[in-house]
Design a protein around this ligand. Sequence first.
Ligand SMILES: C[S@@+](CC[C@H](N)C(=O)[O-])C[C@H]1O[C@@H](n2cnc3c(N)ncnc32)[C@H](O)[C@@H]1O
Length: 346
Amino acid sequence: MTQVLDRWPELLKRSGLSHSDRGRLLANLARLMEGFTVEKSQRLRGYLGHPEMLEGYLWWYLPLNLLKLSGLLPGLPGPIPAQITDYGCGPWTLPLAAWLLYPDWRRAPLGWTLVEPQAAALRAGRKIFEVIAAADPHTEWKFTQIPERLGTAIRRKADLVVSSHALNEWSESEEAVARFLLRDAQPQARILVVEPGTRLAVRRLVQLRAHLIASEAWPLAPCPHSGNCPAPGRTSSDRFCHFPAPADLPAWMRDLARELGTEKQSNTLSYLYVQRGLPRPHPPSLARIISGEIPLNDGVGCYLCSREGLLVGGAGQAAWGDLVVYRKDQKVDPKTHCPRVTIHPR
Ligand SMILES: C[S@@+](CC[C@H](N)C(=O)[O-])C[C@H]1O[C@@H](n2cnc3c(N)ncnc32)[C@H](O)[C@@H]1O
């Protein structure tokens, strides 16, 4: 992944997808970035269908999302799938990430159904994929591209349904999204939805989680339980479940960020990974660390998510995002009002 991201500008040029001079690229990027910070209703509609916006996306959000996914995908459990549906695939971000991050998938006869309303994004993704995947001519993957929206009928039922940074853009209710994701999935399918690590995104993800659980699709990660989410970000004082993503941008991206004045932006993500068709799991006392270090009256600690709700443990034994074993200390932390626990790395 690192090697590909380091050579990204050259790959874009080889794919025939970069035309603008530096000044125009920076202006397009600034406009695109601004679009992501405003209310969905004010965003440029179908922005990836506009050549300048698409070029900006290829230069920034596509490599950034690949970097984010590189911190997540290798840690997710599950066998090599046979058929994947990717909703809102944009310029093939997830197929590219899977190809780069799972070398053992490359020679599996994998089928992808890519659902994306902007045909220009699909075309760009295919070109980039062809340039990158040329490094392994034995890649067996077959792609079906559908220039439609979530909800369109999918012929091949997937055993893995995915979506990255797209849920936020869909106008359907979380209940409808859950229904569509499950509708074209095989009975034991896994579903992975990745979103930015923002409070707004987490709120929607938590609603989606509740509807998926109601359909007996049980969390595999990050939640170590299938009870209510203790970090849903409903109010501004609520915690919201999110995780740091790799921060090591390639040098050319750091240059772009400096020129755009965005170098202080943090890189985080939230996600939900579930599977249906299994008996409801009854996990042992596992908890997921869902914060960095927080100040406590007697030192520093961290928040943990568990089936017993939000917990607080001492920092240092494990990192943000880790799954750990815990033991309750029979006392409540006076500052956070959460039960105190002792953490044991697994
Ligand atoms: C932020 S981009 C994410 C692209 C890619 N998955 C990634 O991670 O880089 C969101 C994508 O969702 C697509 N989209 C918007 N509305 C959609 C809908 N109703 N159904 C499917 N995709 C949609 C957009 O065209 C865009 O490509």
